[in-house]
Design a protein around this ligand. Structure first.
Ligand SMILES: Nc1ncnc2c1ncn2[C@@H]1O[C@H](COP(=O)(O)OP(=O)(O)OP(=O)(O)O)[C@@H](O)[C@H]1O
Ligand SMILES: O=C(O)c1ccc[n+]([C@@H]2O[C@H](COP(=O)([O-])O)[C@@H](O)[C@H]2O)c1
Length: 208
């Protein structure tokens, strides 16, 4: 599916009087270039006003995910988006504390911003996982899901997803954490200022 077709379909569906805003939720442990490329590409393809990267406070997965302190994940995000005015950070999950269920977050945000249509951006792995999300059917009424293909994950789904074409990016935070712990180079896989922050703070040295 091309971006042009998708953009036209979306334009027909959307309420043009409302603000059009994207949310890319994630752990960002650490943020990497695939996150930035997908946020930027989706924002520009759909003509969104802003795309907010929204760090989870405590990941809501059925199998718990370990993560470093939220203050470091937030600082790395601030560094990563500094030169791109399309991107911003949404801190409501951090401020709310506890587990970050997307339905609860989006209920709060849609009530707080009734003049905004929200596009929730997901990688292919998360699209596959959607059936297990908390109150996913109710969430679907609040947001439009936007999918970005991820190598080795299917694109078939029964959920109404707009797919945006982005070059396949076989990059993950897990892989970056492993590389850093093993002393391998992660040059160009994340922004240079984020890499400097990781090195200065000695992050991920023990995490394999
Ligand atoms: N390379 C990628 N291609 C497409 N989507 C991606 C990619 N990397 C991350 N995403 C998506 O970005 C969002 C946030 O991902 P997250 O912060 O968990 O990064 P991750 O690389 O998947 O991390 P981890 O390896 O720790 O699970 C999720 O929707 C995820 O599917
Ligand atoms: O609400 C849920 O049940 C749920 C289950 C898994 C993931 N999510 C959200 O999906 C986004 C991407 O998750 P992750 O683990 O890939 O960073 C992030 O915002 C999570 O809070 C949400």
């Amino acid at each position: 599916m091309s971006n042009v077709q998708t953009f036209v379909e979306v334009k027909e569906q959307r309420n043009s009087k409302k603000k059009q805003v994207g949310i890319l939720g994630g752990n960002f442990n650490p943020v990497h270039i695939a996150h930035l490329i997908m946020a930027d590409q989706v924002g520009r393809s759909l003509g969104l006003e802003k795309v907010y990267l929204m760090p989870s406070n405590e990941p809501p997965h059925v199998d718990p995910k370990e993560t470093i302190d939220v203050s470091d994940r937030l600082k790395m995000l601030e560094l990563a988006i500094a030169d791109n005015p399309l991107l911003d950070i949404e801190k409501s999950e951090i401020n709310r504390q506890g587990k970050s269920y997307t339905y609860e977050t989006m209920k709060i945000l849609t009530e707080k911003y009734p003049d905004t249509d929200f596009y929730f951006i997901l990688g292919g792995d998360m699209v596959e996982y959607l059936p297990k999300w908390y109150k996913v059917d109710e969430l679907m009424q609040l947001v439009q899901f936007v999918g970005v293909k991820r190598p080795n994950y299917p694109t078939e789904t029964s959920y109404p997803i707009i797919w945006i074409d982005v070059p396949d990016m076989n990059i993950s935070s897990t892989d970056l954490r492993k590389k850093i712990a093993q002393g391998c180079s992660v040059n160009y896989l994340l922004p240079e200022n984020v890499l400097h922050y990781i090195q200065e703070k000695g992050l991920y040295l023990d995490e394999i």
